[in-house]
Design a protein around this ligand. Structure first.
Ligand SMILES: [Zn+2]
Length: 486
């Protein structure tokens, strides 16, 4: 069975995080630990031989700290955890901030007052706070995750924060993107990000990049910074950030959310794994809905983004255990947090032994992420929202097929459409009339392309069209034609 040792106790157990023993009860385990690690006895037991009260013993989820539970047999696959009630001093790590930059930082009286709650922490102190002020951090994405990350970095006193986002604030963003408010509608997201940072601390050097990350601009945007925090929402940006940051020697704090689930990890740090080691390729375009299509519960990005900010600060200060080589998965619906191992892959195209990606300009991210239509295939024809609206008004004979998932339709029904979720298309194609035009619709016009390709492969011969830009692009027309055909 495995015995897990909490980080603050490890020094007494040969620095081991996990020990294996064939002991059969808590009592056996404690006796075995005393024999194997004599120096641990004084930390586990007081002078009367009683378990010290700051240590709890768990078998699985069950608290077995009291002595009357020590003889009870444990099953072979039990996991026993020694958990100190008070987590003591955090181990010191290397900071990602160069010493000469830390030494160049000074504080005025106001700053000493402002950051007092950090300065009083033994593991942060003046030295740590100087590293925070010296830090130069890029936040990619000023959406839901970025909202939490940007606010906490600013509040913590990160000296330079650069925010990259090309989007404007839309009403549907306000459910979770808490740095934007109703009066920011239609403004660039970087503008409201700037306002919030200014409101927290005018002393922060805020840099805005109102642009989309691409292979030809990313190196200029991130080079020379200490850390990139990936708060984006699409695969292309994630691979691009991972690759460029690795090639520039910058670690990445990665966060992602979908519906009720989230992930946090650190890439490219201390020879740890990169995003490609973890996920060598993205799913085919359109197969997995993005967060924008799938939605997410409002506080989830706050949870994940706060953990990202916390990991970022630990890397900057140089303290604690962090998520390099590990991925934290959060299931907010059942409140399960899991820490899973991530390994660096020898065969990784970017950071492996024989890398083939030497520069982001040489790699086709659009193609890799399935955002390009292969040229050899028959091009997919589509209608603009205006064209489709006209055809509906003219009552042209045609079938409109909504391929979205049920929860998406519940938010916004598309009139005049029959419903076939994308996974059922091939076996239900006899419901379509090959003599008639069929128009496929989804939220953003990507899954409808996948739907058409799926039916082509299944041998469907009728004329098929895509609604360009999906229902999102058609919203304005749908609302303005409400009386006519909704
Ligand atoms: Zn890698």
């Amino acid at each position: 069975m495995n015995v897990y040792i909490s980080a603050t106790l490890r020094n007494f157990f040969g620095r081991n995080a996990r020990l294996e023993t064939d002991a059969k009860s808590i009592k056996d385990i404690l006796n075995w630990l005393k024999d194997e690690y004599p120096e641990a006895e004084k930390v586990l037991f007081d002078e009367n031989g009683k378990l010290r009260s700051f240590i709890r013993i768990y078998a699985g989820d069950e608290n077995r700290s009291s002595e009357d539970k020590w003889e009870k047999a444990l099953s072979e696959d039990s996991e026993v955890l020694l958990l100190p009630a008070i987590a003591g001093g955090a181990p010191e790590n290397d900071s990602i901030i160069p010493e000469e930059r830390r030494k160049a930082v000074a504080f005025d009286d106001k700053e000493i007052e402002r950051f007092g709650r950090h300065l009083m922490l033994k593991d942060i102190g003046v030295k740590g706070q100087k590293r925070i002020k010296a830090a130069r951090v890029v936040v990619a994405g000023a959406g839901a995750l970025g909202s939490a990350v940007i606010q906490y970095l600013a509040a913590a006193g990160v000296g330079t924060i650069k925010v990259v986002d090309f989007d404007d604030v839309a009403l549907e963003n306000l459910q979770s993107q808490v740095i934007h408010t109703t009066r920011d509608l239609n403004r660039p997201k970087v503008a409201s990000a700037k306002d919030i940072v200014r409101n927290i601390n005018r002393g922060i050097n805020f840099e805005a990049e109102n642009t989309k990350l691409e292979a030809d601009n990313i190196v200029d945007i991130i080079d020379g910074y200490d850390l990139v925090i990936d708060c984006t929402d699409n695969y292309k940006a994630r691979y691009l950030i991972n690759d460029a940051a690795y090639l520039c020697g910058i670690p990445v704090v990665f966060g992602a959310i979908y519906q009720f689930e989230g992930q946090v990890t650190i890439f490219n740090h201390n020879d740890g794994p990169c995003y490609r080691c973890a996920f060598p390729a993205p799913p085919p375009a359109g197969l997995v809905p993005t967060c924008a299509e799938g939605g997410a519960i409002s506080p989830l990005p706050g949870i994940i983004g706060s953990i990202q900010a916390n990991e970022a600060l630990k890397l900057i200060i140089g303290i604690g255990d962090h998520l390099s080589g590990k991925i934290l998965t959060v299931d907010s619906l059942y409140l399960r947090f899991k820490l899973l191992e991530l390994k660096k892959e020898k065969e990784c195209l970017l950071c492996g032994a024989h890398p083939s990606i030497k520069g982001v300009q040489d790699f086709d991210y659009e193609d890799f992420c399935g955002l390009k239509q292969p040229e050899e295939e028959i091009p997919i024809e589509g209608f603009t929202p205006e064209e489709l609206a006209k055809r509906i008004e003219n009552e042209d004979p045609m079938t409109i097929v909504d391929v979205r998932e049920p929860h998406e339709r519940a938010i916004q029904r598309f009139p005049n459409a029959i419903v076939i979720p994308i996974g059922q298309l091939a076996r239900r194609m006899n419901e379509l009339d090959p003599e008639q035009d069929t128009i496929f619709i989804c939220k953003q016009g990507m899954r409808s392309i996948l739907a058409i390709n799926t039916l082509r492969e299944a041998g469907y011969k009728g004329p098929m069209y895509n609604l360009k830009g999906g229902i999102d692009a058609m919203k304005d027309i749908m609302f303005s034609h409400e009386g006519a055909w909704l």
